[in-house]
Design a protein around this ligand. Structure first.
Ligand SMILES: NC(=O)c1ccc[n+]([C@@H]2O[C@H](COP(=O)([O-])OP(=O)(O)OC[C@H]3O[C@@H](n4cnc5c(N)ncnc54)[C@H](OP(=O)(O)O)[C@@H]3O)[C@@H](O)[C@H]2O)c1
Length: 381
């Protein structure tokens, strides 16, 4: 199977490269797509020898000229990423760019009917209706890579959709689960990015600390599994061993467990059956001291209260929530706002946007742009 990896230079991209290298008889890289990290891309190109390397940032691509291994061709720009995602030489696309920037190339792969390993949740939050309709029309297979959604996918296998009562996503609660709320105002980007269980990119790590990540994941699950808002909830599980639970109408609950290492859901997305060796540690429950669960405290994590409002509204609000969060998350990482300002910025934007159905891609981008402008205004004030 020939893969095109969108976001190859990121955390999920590099874990995907690791799984490919464990199974050289089964997988190869057709194209590696990065944005600005040329050093990482050069290493990956040496390891995987793809046909193509694309840097979506033109200056980054220029700086790589003449440096790639012989036979690896170089391109620049998002159009090249879209073209290679849809190319006949690509059998599968790993969609792991961060943010709604990943939507055009992921959608190109879906339109071309590819197998798509979907890590980029922002795609579905922003354009879930368009994305899923396109997949139905093209026959694309979408396999979730987010560990919670990969868990749900496994728990649903072989079961009737009508028998599903509830889907519960687990959340570690991030680094500030037990920190005194009054001290959250002083949180630094370094503290927010240091996740206790998962080694992830900077944006998703901050999203985990605010629990905006779980809010985005609830919307993602809604589209992926065709569920109502009332069927979805989240629970804090600090050990990140149980990734999700599915409760059936007879009261039976199925859960999926694994050590917290993204190579497991990545390997599952690449080949679901028979299972692949993913390289993760075996789960030894006898040595796992405790598996604990607690309700989400919505005072501490207002993003979780906000998402219930967003899920019971029209999809313009989900677009605005995602876009405002991308802006606020980045402003926090650049020390322009405090940690507590991230979710409050999103809330202020949601108070000011239209609550209307959005069904076309150009409308999606226009709502996204308006919400980004409003978020920047809120931050500037
Ligand atoms: N990491 C995890 O464990 C995990 C788990 C579940 C879901 N996810 C989801 O997977 C996606 C990627 O997460 P990650 O942690 O791998 O992020 P990451 O480490 O920050 O990597 C992000 C990737 O996206 C590229 N990128 C950044 N801005 C871009 C832009 N404007 N246009 C095109 N490409 C751009 C980066 O390129 P350069 O680095 O070359 O600039 C990099 O390859 C996110 O949607 C996240 O929510 C991640």
């Amino acid at each position: 199977m020939r893969l095109t990896i969108l976001g190859a230079t990121g955390s999920i991209g590099c874990s995907t490269a690791d799984v490919i290298q464990r199974h050289p008889d089964k997988f190869s890289a057709h194209a590696l797509i990065g944005h600005q990290n040329t050093e990482r891309m050069l290493q990956l190109a040496e390891q995987l020898h793809p046909q193509w390397v694309v840097m979506t940032d033109a200056a980054a691509a220029r700086s790589m000229e003449g440096k790639l291994p012989a036979g690896v061709r170089l391109e620049a720009g998002m159009d090249a990423a879209m073209e290679l995602s849809a190319a006949s030489e690509t059998d599968m696309v790993m969609a792991a760019m961060v943010g709604s920037a990943g939507l055009p190339a992921t959608l190109a792969a879906v339109s071309a009917g590819k197998r798509v390993g979907l890590a980029n949740k922002e795609c579905l939050v922003t354009a879930g209706n368009i994305f899923m309709q396109t997949a139905r029309a093209s026959g694309a297979t979408i396999v979730p890579v987010d560990s919670e959604h990969a868990a749900v996918h496994q728990c649903l296998m072989g079961h009737d959709h009508q028998s599903v009562a509830k889907v519960i996503l687990t959340a570690s609660g991030g680094p500030f689960r037990d920190r005194a709320p009054a001290t959250l105002i002083d949180v630094t980007p370094e503290e927010a990015i240091a996740h206790p269980n998962w080694d992830m990119g900077a944006k998703i790590s901050v999203d985990s600390a605010t629990m905006m990540n779980k809010a985005l994941e609830l919307i993602e699950a809604r589209w992926l599994f065709d569920l109502s808002a009332g069927q979805l909830s989240a629970i804090i599980h600090p050990q990140s061993i149980v990734h999700a639970l599915v409760e059936y109408t007879d009261g039976s609950v199925l859960a999926q467990l694994a050590m917290p290492d993204m190579r497991m859901p990545i390997a599952y997305a690449m080949q679901s059956e028979p299972r692949l060796a993913s390289g993760i540690d075996w789960l030894d429950l006898a040595r796992t001291e405790q598996l604990t669960f607690q309700a989400v405290d919505e005072q501490r994590f207002p993003a979780m209260r906000m998402v219930r409002h967003v899920m019971s509204s029209e999809n313009s609000l989900a677009i605005a929530m995602n876009a405002a969060n991308e802006v606020a998350n980045q402003a926090f990482r650049k020390r322009r706002i405090g940690f507590m300002d991230i979710v409050s910025t999103v809330e202020k934007v949601l108070d000011r946007v239209e609550n209307i159905p959005v069904g076309e891609l150009d409308e999606v981008w226009s709502h996204d742009a308006k919400a980004r402008a409003l978020a920047n205004e809120v931050i500037a004030s």
